[in-house]
Design a protein around this ligand. Structure first.
Ligand SMILES: *[C@@H]1O[C@H](CO)[C@@H](O)[C@H](O)[C@H]1NC(C)=O
Length: 185
């Protein structure tokens, strides 16, 4: 019981931000033969399942491969007129399935799953992150990323369809605000 409460306390901030779903995480198909190197560079957030820790606009992430095979991650957003950045590390967590990445934004935090369900490397990517809580319920995040600040509606719709076909509920997915980002802040 004590352990249960500790786990609950650890996850409470996430649970607050997201609606937990009953049961363990779904097991979606991921990008076959994922190539981390081709995934590097700049990705813009086009749509997402709302997450409390991402309230800004113009959200983008820049991945840079390091010599040790991990990637340096810089995420940025504009919040209240200020550019905010956060640094992290991205690793391949499952050598047998290189599309199963993990990202950590702090040395003290564990890696959070960052699974590439699908990408063509040049236009768009579908990313999924799910955390089981005692296999009783799970909390998840999903993103549609683009190499440009906007993607055709058909691409976004198709992305949602892929999530849905993998038993991921994206009915609450919202478009990210990417307007007015390249002007002066
Ligand atoms: C992404 O990171 C690389 C390496 O730090 C840097 O050279 C590049 O300018 C960055 N790109 C953007 C758009 O910030």
């Amino acid at each position: 019981m004590k352990a249960f409460l500790v786990v609950l306390a650890l996850f409470l901030p996430i649970i607050n931000a997201q609606v937990p779903h009953w049961g363990p995480c779904p097991e979606p198909a991921t990008q076959p033969a994922f190539n981390l190197k081709k995934f590097m560079g700049r990705w813009f957030e086009i749509a997402k399942l709302p997450a409390q820790f991402e309230r800004g606009r113009c959200i983008e992430t820049n991945f840079t491969l390091k010599l040790d095979g991990t990637a340096h991650v810089v995420s940025s957003e504009i919040l209240k007129g200020e550019l905010r950045t956060i640094d992290g590390t991205c690793v391949v967590e499952d050598k047998k399935n290189p599309a199963k990445l993990g990202i950590s934004f702090s040395y003290v935090l564990p890696y959070t799953p960052y699974w590439i369900l699908s990408t063509d490397y040049e236009n768009s990517a579908l990313v999924y992150s799910c955390t089981d809580v005692l296999r009783l319920f799970h909390v998840d995040f999903a993103w549609i990323l683009g190499r440009t600040r906007s993607l055709p509606a058909a691409t976004v719709d198709h992305g949602k369809e892929v999530f849905t076909n993998n038993n991921i509920d994206v009915s609450r997915m919202i478009l990210s605000r990417q307007q007015g980002c390249d002007k002066d802040l």
